[in-house]
Design a protein around this ligand. Structure first.
Ligand SMILES: [Fe+2]
Length: 206
């Protein structure tokens, strides 16, 4: 799935998870998925539908709502819920059972051209994820014709900065606290090694 095709249905729906809720164990528990996907992600989608009902945003697909509300102080609630609905749909694709390892050759070459090596890219993702103060996201993005690692706070996302996301890691506490308590670095490290979905990132290069 290309990232621009995530969630275009109106009203907005909670996208189906492509794996069982225990498929990421022991790294991410079924209990974390049940809260993170079943409560938090669902909450953003439900809130968004309530917030846009009867407004100019009611018939807009998700990415249009995000673009139309970004940076507008009086539309913060709509932006936050729309962006979080998009970010979470993108995050679930960014993980897969038996992920990690090495990207396929096209993406690997792009990574080596931009970062020097896969290890440097992973270290930059680790640094972005662990230095994001408070809630947010670490991203691998295409910025122009170069790959970069960026971090965003709260609901913010690279789409609003003209960058194309390839994959993301959620570093809100709700993503890891039940399994790792305050040890965010342990969560990010094992996600990068065992769950990250390089195939999804490679599809998004296209
Ligand atoms: Fe989350």
């Amino acid at each position: 799935m290309r990232n621009e095709t995530i969630q275009t249905a109106v009203p907005h729906i909670l996208p189906v998870l492509l794996y069982a809720d225990n498929a990421l164990e022991p790294i991410i528990s079924a209990k974390t998925i049940s809260f993170h996907y079943g409560k938090h992600h669902k909450g953003y989608v439900d809130n968004l539908n309530k917030l846009v009902e009867g407004t100019e945003f009611a018939d807009m697909p998700l990415e249009k709502i995000i673009a139309a509300t970004a940076g507008k102080a009086d539309k913060t609630a709509i932006f936050n819920n729309a962006a979080q609905a998009w970010n979470h749909a993108f995050y679930w694709h960014s993980l897969k059972p038996k992920g990690g390892g090495e990207p396929a050759s096209v993406l690997k070459k792009e990574i080596e051209a931009s970062f020097g090596s896969l290890d440097v890219c992973k270290k930059e993702l680790m640094t972005a994820a662990t230095t994001q103060f408070g809630s947010g996201w670490a991203w691998l993005v295409m910025d122009g014709n170069k790959l970069k690692v960026v971090k965003t706070a709260n609901a913010d996302l690279p789409l609003t900065k003209g960058m194309k996301p390839l994959l993301t890691i959620d570093v809100w506490e709700h993503a890891y606290y039940l399994d790792y308590q305050n040890r965010r670095a342990d969560y990010v490290n094992v996600v990068l090694d065992k769950l990250i979905n390089w195939d999804f990132a490679a599809e998004n290069l296209g």
